[in-house]
Write a protein that binds this ligand. Structure first.
Ligand SMILES: *Cc1c(COP(=O)(O)O)cnc(C)c1O
Length: 488
């Protein structure tokens, strides 16, 4: 392409009117897509022909943008994950606000790197972190950081906790420790916290996995005993992790008691509130979750129960100095100036491991401004009411069995017809889950509770209606009855 020594910019649109026309078509198509999502299957597996077409070799030559977009429409969009569908309740996934979609487009257009510099996006991000503190009842003096997910938010919180346990860990590493550090959390704690301990060099064995009661909440007597025993052995307990909304059943640890133990034992109190922390916005949960506002660190997602497009999560740290001491670094190429673009607020990399950062806060800022906090609180509350509604329906159905108490928004159940052999219920329920998904009806997923395979619906979906849960119950029974008849 390069000719006559002329400069050449092949990566910019060569024909802006054509680019604009395609862009408008994309916007129209995607608005239609969102508006009509309910009419589509909740999920469809990418067929073999599609999977094969995706195995395209590294493109060496040009294709028109319209052709590339056709591939998107043909190969990608119909076989999307489905978590924007009103009947997706798999794992714990967010449903994405349409306003957030527009914000992602605007953010990508401006494409600011929030790592350093004096520009409005950096002030918006700081303001959104302030709003997060305010939403979660943390003081203005706390610090915070937006990160990619609760996994990273938890890692960041635990890194500060670890570095706070002894002053020279950053310089000397864990070799400098006289006593091995130990952490306490319930057996229901998310696997990302274990991974955090591995990444932080403390190792899996540093976590004492404390048993839970029949509501899947950490047992305080066993917790106290474990701490006592470790101290006796010469270990150094430094951190206690509480859960608001466990991944398995959505259970909430007894936070008041955990806070008391943490204060008595002088442990850093970290909370994984990946989705559950957002229940704090609901009046009914204000008091039960009050101890969350006293935590030393709190990790939560905005891409789950705040319905933001992926990715967005937040970590809040009560002690700003402890936070800064953990990550502050000032290389010469990041020198702060008195004016010019290198003036501006303290860089975010003084509070986390990333330097370059996308404009994560724009979708949160636009979402909160457009709808107001109350609309989010109401939708979260509605999801909780939907979980209760589903649980009540299940309890009324003789062929269904509710498998765990519903503390929040997670419902675990199974199909259990009378006289069906217990040892085959796991296989039967697994087949039901696969059929409900394969038929595009809905997407619940599964977990194992007390050795039983259970169907699990985690409701963090702003599009779900009450009658969507009627359908889930009806179809579980229909498919279960068909399958039980052929396998009994
Ligand atoms: C989802 C989840 C995590 C991990 O969050 P990501 O955003 O997926 O990184 C941690 N803890 C709990 C309880 C979760 O539900």
């Amino acid at each position: 392409m390069k000719s006559n020594g002329l400069e050449h910019h092949p990566l910019e649109p060569q024909d802006w009117p054509a680019f604009r026309a395609t862009a408008h078509r994309m916007v129209d198509d995607m608005v239609d897509w969102m508006q009509t999502i309910r009419e589509k299957p909740a999920w469809q597996a990418p067929p073999p022909a599609v999977q094969e077409a995706i195995q395209e070799p590294l493109p060496e030559s040009q294709q028109p943008l319209d052709a590339v977009y056709e591939d998107f429409l043909k190969l990608i969009a119909p076989y999307n994950k489905g978590n924007i569908h009103p009947r997706f309740w798999g794992w714990v996934e967010g449903s994405s606000l349409p306003v957030g979609v527009l914000a992602e487009f605007l953010a990508a257009t401006l494409n600011p790197n929030l790592g350093i510099g004096d520009h409005s996006p950096v002030y918006i991000e700081r303001r959104v972190i302030d709003w997060c503190k305010s939403m979660m009842g943390f003081p203005d003096s706390a610090s915070g950081l937006l990160v990619s997910g609760a996994s990273t938010a938890n890692l960041t919180g635990l890194a500060v906790a670890r570095n706070n346990a002894q002053s020279n860990i950053r310089q000397k590493g864990l070799h400098s420790l006289e006593k091995p550090l130990t952490v306490y959390a319930s057996v229901e704690t998310h696997s990302c916290l274990q991974k955090s301990l591995e990444v932080l060099g403390l190792g899996t064995d540093a976590m004492r996995k404390i048993p839970v009661d029949n509501h899947y909440r950490i047992r305080i007597p066993e917790l106290r005993a474990a701490i006592r025993e470790d101290r006796k052995k010469g270990l150094l307990p430094f951190c206690l992790i509480g859960n608001i909304g466990t991944a398995g059943t959505g259970s909430i640890d007894p936070l008041d008691e955990l806070l008391a133990v943490a204060r008595e034992e002088k442990l850093w109190f970290h909370i994984d509130g990946a989705f559950g922390a957002l229940a704090y916005l609901v009046p009914e949960f204000r008091k039960p979750l009050a101890a969350m506002t006293e935590a030393d660190s709190l990790a939560f997602d905005l891409h789950k129960w705040m319905y933001m497009p992926y990715e967005a999560a937040c970590v809040l740290i009560r002690d700003t100095e402890a936070h800064r001491r953990s990550f502050h670094i000032a290389p010469s190429y990041l020198l702060k100036h008195e004016s010019g673009i290198a003036a501006g607020p303290e860089p975010f990399n003084h509070y986390g491991i990333s330097l370059s950062k996308g404009f994560t806060s724009l979708k949160i800022w636009m979402g909160l401004k457009t709808y107001g906090l109350q609309a989010f609180a109401d939708t979260i509350e509605q999801n909780i009411r939907q979980a209760r509604y589903l649980a009540e329906k299940i309890e009324k159905e003789p062929k269904l069995e509710l498998m765990a108490p519903v503390a929040l928004n997670v419902v675990c159940y199974r199909y259990k017809p009378a006289d069906y052999p217990e040892e085959r219920l796991d296989a039967l329920n697994k087949s039901i889950v696969m059929a409900v998904q394969d038929q595009g009806i809905a997407v619940p997923t599964s977990t194992i509770l007390n050795g039983h395979y259970v169907i699990r619906a985690a409701i963090t979906n702003h599009r779900s209606r009450f009658d969507d849960f009627d359908l889930l119950v009806k179809e579980t029974i229909r498919i279960g009855t068909e399958m039980a008849a052929t396998t009994a």
